[in-house]
Design a protein around this ligand. Sequence first.
Ligand code: MIG
Length: 659
Amino acid sequence: MIVSRGDRVWKLEFGEAKPVVRFEFKEQQRFSSENKLEILGETLEFRATHEGCVFFKPLGLREHILGLGEKAYPIERKRTRCVMWNTDSYGYGWESDPLYVSIPFFISVNKDAKGFFVNSCSKLTFDIGVGEYDRIVVSSPEDWMEVYIFEGPRISDVVERFCELVGKPFLPPKWFFGHQISRYSYFPQNTVLELVEEHKKEGIPVDVLYLDIDYMDGYRLFTWDKSRFPDPKSLVQKLHQMGVKVVTILDPGIKLDQNYEVFKKFLGFYVENCDSTIYTGRVWPGMCVFPDFFNPKARELWSKTVEEWVREYDLDGVWLDMNEPSVFNESKSFSEDAVHTLGNGKKVSHVFVHNAYALYEAMATFEGVKRVKEGFVLTRSGYAGIQRFAAVWSGDNTSSWENMRLQLPLLLSLSLSGVPFVGCDVGGFIGRSDPELVARFYEMCCLLPLFRNHKDKKANDQEAYNLPSRYKEMVKRAISLRLSLLPYIYSLAYQASKRGHPVIRPLAYEFQDDENCYQINDEYMLGPSLLVAPILEKGAQKREVYLPRGTWLDWWTEDEQQGEAWVTATQELPLFLRKGSILPTEQKIVVYGSSSFLLYQDKEVELRSEENALYSSQPLEASVEFKKANAKRAKVDENVVGCENGKIEKVRFTRIILL
Ligand code: MIG
């Protein structure tokens, strides 16, 4: 086998590697090796089997395994067996596997962290110490493997190097981070407008609204149902005037209909059977054919079609569903011997590229949207690198407490796997949601990068405006907390787009050496500074919160707490600010101890704080609050201003020093 070495990244090729998704790797050195080799202090081994090949990595007792994308397991992936096969997983629960997204990348933490990425889109299996107690066994149905290894020593270094290889996240527009509403499906046109009005009347902001499949004419892509939406252009225009952005759904299946323009347009660019006839499968519109997104010419045609669609109706984003791809048949997807055509003209059987279908669809869609405006793509399915083109939501979750508790570890692991812009259907998609569940769901999700309420067709209304008052008020507080933290969240998003560092992080990401953190699945860090510990039990009014080492400020009461500690939190949404933070909010910049922070509004501003001083790389106008300071006066550049308890009213500054 061949070993190539780059800058703290290694590439191992076993057999004749022929990955479909290719990544650029800056190689500094290359040599051949035995199939058993030592790298970074560990003995790794590859072996051919009659079913394909396997890769072995030792697994220590004190070793933690994180990542592996969207999986319905706790963040600690040890003792799980995960299959990589994108699947429409309606009604999934804890331990359902596989789900919609496959990212064959994991992080091993044994004091220091390193990462392993197996670049293959076929059905890989990751057995993390189940079949063999002391080894990780990765199996592939193919006779080759391409494995990348990323050095740490921090988890953040590994994630950064992984994104360096597979691609940095796109940066969504600011409004993406607002409150989004959706349902299967909102119509007709006038009711959509009324719906937004109802939210407004109750003082509930709506930033983005989604139109699900029923806006289409018989589920034909790029069409409108004229009876439900007689004038879509004016609808979008009116929504824009109300400050609401509009996103429409697109599925991959194109209705097989000789009189339908889009069907005719893509002829020659469809997924085929092995006898070169067009592959057909049944989905919402009835019998369908599917663009072959592996073919660059099909992608260009799709980009152009999306571009025209977005431009003509002034849409703000595209929502990609059913792209595992999902088909209504026994295997739930394309037949395994359906055939794709690659850029080099070579044909490849679906079974070897299955997991990359959505990646290429998202690539083409993103390109189409980008040509018109700064919008975004939301996708259900994906593969390593999907973050270049899309945000990801966790598909059809369920309105239950149990299923709600599954979402945090799932989304946090997806974040560690290079995908920062993630969220789940707030309130739960499937089934009846009682108001208490909806309110707690809102609290859990109000600081996630994607914040969208979405609901199944045959289920209760769960929009905030018609909740009973007590729960409506809880939801309104959650939304307003979210909106007040937008400057922080957007800066984190910008940082994610530059370096791949996740916006939401498991505690272990920030506190790698704290063993307790690897078992915490119901708390997370929003960036480096805020610890979020939502209440996730029915009827509960308080919860136990684990605070890692350091000093923490209760966001609501301003009590200081010393970590490590388990504390009982009684606030509606327990939130703690870490000492050594600069946290920009809508109203003020909060300074708590010494730190630095890259603020991003439309340009970068570097902030640096000491216990009693704040420096900015550029003149900045803001109010500032130094937590736990009781100065009476402050020196702002050359002027002296009064302040109370470290609170300084809006000033222009590059330097503030408390006196
Ligand atoms: O089979 O478009 O996950 O969000 O509302 C259902 C209808 C198809 C599944 C998506 C869901 C969406 C629904 N879709």
